[in-house]
Design a protein around this ligand. Structure first.
Ligand code: FRU
Length: 522
């Protein structure tokens, strides 16, 4: 693999060629992490939606496999597209798909039917319909058999929502130990509702409850997941979390897609959101990421120890089909380990990047401490194009001689006319990513923007930032990971400089470490 084209992510997954959107069927089974994804075999635009497939043994190095579920009819008239969904290992063979003791992997996905048709199962389909179907694999996800005898296994939205048959999608399925049942969550996208289903065998589903609308109801609700997490420091308290996509309707200051979450309880039937997780009158939301490029987050099934790891599509429907990359379009976020922690008195979703950094770290390290970084610009040695930054500094109240903002500029041209700034505003107490001068933004009017969100200092009165820079992205984790901001950037190839910028005054007690990251593709 070459993977050296302009903007090619070096340690984020991207397909060798063609269009990709949502992560699908995230499953850890037999020592292998599977990553399926929305994929167009025919080019760099959305269409002919199929499931691409990649595997990894460390969530860092990925190997792409042949297409797992190819749009039915392709390359001629497509009669069924495989929209987003999830996968499980049916270890007890509840589905009966297992043969000779072989554990079947079962995928549950949305069948999107462009044309009216009568299916082999005898079910009849209206053009534009979305239904939920299943398929199984007996060869570690390499090839799949659709369950044509009964598909779609959830044919129509339930009463009184029959009219929503074109906006009914994205099943997230998982095993619920307490009730010994499979649970699936789907959206009624336009109504901003989730439907929760249960099943004994992955084939027959009954409606258990519904959830929503709450909080952000911009655009449509898509790609839900429902996961269980302990609250850190209170091991006995386990909460359930719904994560879901809105498009358009992301966090304040963004345009296009966004990801929100709800914390609550789930008893196998109903999800009850905590009062602290709901904002009256849809006035606000719990945002998982405050940047523009984190969407359709999906969760791994099958991880040991109750671990929860999510991967998101690092792009945005606002401009996703216009980004200047070729011969592929879109990358995934770094996999993120989720936890719940009480931050400023509120139970909050916390994220930490989960990759095997050791295996891709290069020896190039820059390490420095400053008692005080002077006002203005402090040039750093060039860190290159792919690296990790640990940056921390003292918080302060705005006073004369102290900075109003402090930032590190990365992927900067030698004249610093082009740069992406990641920093902190001491007045508003916000962390920000400023991609207004980050490079090519010609493809969309809303791209060149500054994104920001509140972040308070830790107990040590310091602001802590972990920043991951790749050839066309920055991902910022603030504090312990209680905030993240993810943004694509398209800088010039030779924009490899960096500097510190302390505005209006000095910044105190600055610690900086930068570690180079090698390509995960060679
Ligand atoms: C979200 C989404 C899903 C759908 C898929 C189709 O990005 O719109 O709701 O299943 O993309 O590719």
């Amino acid at each position: 693999l070459d993977y050296t084209e302009p903007y090619r992510p070096q340690y984020h997954f991207s397909p060798a060629e063609n269009w990709m959107n949502d992560p699908n069927g995230l499953l850890y089974h037999d020592g292998t992490y599977h990553l399926f994804f929305q994929y167009n075999p025919a080019g760099v635009e959305w269409g002919n939606m199929s499931w691409g497939h990649a595997t990894s043994s460390d969530l860092t190095h990925w190997e792409e496999h042949p297409i797992a579920l190819l749009a039915r009819g392709y390359p001629n008239e497509v009669t069924e597209m495989f929209f987003s969904g999830s996968a499980v290992a049916d270890v007890n063979n509840t589905s009966g798909f297992g043969v000779d003791g072989k554990i079947p992997l079962v995928a549950m996905y949305t069948s999107s039917y462009p044309v009216s048709q009568d299916l082999p199962s005898g079910k009849s389909i209206t053009a534009g319909q979305q239904s939920q179907s299943i398929a199984y694999s007996l060869d570690e996800g390499e090839t799949w058999t659709t369950y044509d005898a009964e598909n779609p296994v959830i044919h129509n939205p339930p009463s009184p929502y029959e009219a929503e048959f074109e906006n009914f999608r994205d099943p997230f399925v998982f095993w619920h130990g307490d009730t010994q049942k499979w649970i699936a969550v789907t959206t009624l996208a336009s109504l901003h509702k989730l439907l929760i289903w249960s099943s004994d065998n992955l084939k027959e589903w009954s409606l258990a409850s519904e959830f929503g609308p709450y909080n952000s109801v911009g655009g449509v609700w898509e790609c839900p997941s429902l996961i269980q997490l302990p609250v850190k420091g209170k091991k006995s308290i386990k909460k359930w979390v719904i994560v879901l996509g809105l498009n358009p309707g992301g966090p304040p200051g963004t345009v296009g897609s966004g990801t929100q979450y709800f914390i609550g309880d789930f008893d196998g039937t109903t999800f009850q959101a905590d009062p602290a997780s709901i904002y009256p009158g849809n006035s606000s939301a719990n945002w998982m990421d405050w940047g523009p490029d984190f969407y359709a987050a999906a969760s791994y099934n099958g991880l040991p120890n109750g671990d929860v790891v999510q991967i998101a599509w690092m792009n945005n429907w606002q401009y996703g089909t216009e980004i200047p990359t070729s011969p592929w379009r879109s990358a995934m976020s770094v996999p993120r380990q989720l936890s719940l922690q009480t931050i400023n008195g509120k139970v909050t979703l916390v994220q930490q990047p989960q990759q095997n950094w050791q295996s891709v770290a290069n020896h190039q390290t820059l390490q420095h401490s400053w008692k005080s970084v002077s006002k203005g610009s402090t040039k750093l040695n060039s860190p290159g194009k792919a690296f990790k930054i640990d940056l921390s500094f003292s918080d302060h109240d705005s006073k004369k001689s102290l900075a109003s903002t402090f930032a590190i500029a990365v992927r900067a041209s030698s004249d610093f006319k082009q740069e992406t700034l990641i920093g902190y505003n001491f007045t508003s107490k916000e962390v920000f990513v400023d991609r207004r001068n980050s490079g090519d933004a010609s493809f969309d009017d809303t791209f060149a923007t500054l994104y920001h969100t509140a972040l308070s200092a830790g107990a040590d009165k310091r602001i802590n930032l972990q920043i991951f820079v790749d050839w066309s992205s920055v991902e910022v984790f603030g504090g312990q990971g209680e905030v993240s901001l993810t943004a694509q950037i398209f800088p010039k190839e030779d924009a490899t400089e960096a500097r510190l910028v302390s505005t209006d005054g000095v910044t105190q007690n600055v610690k900086l470490q930068i570690n180079g990251i090698n390509s995960a593709w060679h």
